[in-house]
Each structure stands twice: as C-alpha cells, then as structure tokens.
Design a protein. Sequence first.
Length: 89
Amino acid sequence: MAKLAVCVSALLLMLVVLSETRRPVPCCTENYDGIIKLKYLKNFAVQLDTGICNINSTIFFTEKNKLICTDPKKPWVIRAMKHLKNRAL
Ligand SMILES: *[C@@H]1O[C@H](CO)[C@@H](O)[C@H](O)[C@H]1NC(C)=O
C-alpha cells in the first residue's frame, strides 16, 4: 500500500513537471534593448524567425516569472545563455 502511494505521488510530480515544461512560450515580436542582471535569470528559451514569430529571440525567464525577449546576437545574451546552460547541468 505504501508502495502504491509513492508511485502515485511520483506520477503526480511527473505530471506537474510536464505541465510546467509544456507551458507554451509566447511569441516575441520585439526584443528588449536593455541588459538584465544574471542573478535575476532563471531559465531561457530560443525562438527562431522560422515559425509564426517573425524574429529571432532569446526569451529569458526571470525569478519573478516574467518573460523577456532579447536579441540573441547581443554579447550579454550569449554569455547569460552559456551561464544558464552550465548551471542546469
Ligand atoms: C535567425 O536565426 C537563423 C538561424 O540561426 C538565421 O539563419 C537567420 O538568419 C536569423 N534571422 C535573423 C533575422 O537574424
């Protein structure tokens, strides 16, 4: 019985994780021009201009759960992406 409970809670956790990661990423139509400090960034996603969204963008997720579209060519954006990738490993 205890085993079943563990199994069910593991399944629930998985569902939560899945729905978290499946959350649709919004479409960036304009990139933010400023710089955001690394310590405010939690994660990022990449948007290419090949889809319905017409610009290339690196979307940062901040600790306040905001999404910020930035220019993937900017040096600070490239540095921040590398930093977040390393942290995720
Ligand atoms: C967007 O990125 C793709 C792939 O990296 C590149 O081929 C394309 O030229 C870029 N478009 C713009 C507008 O920078």
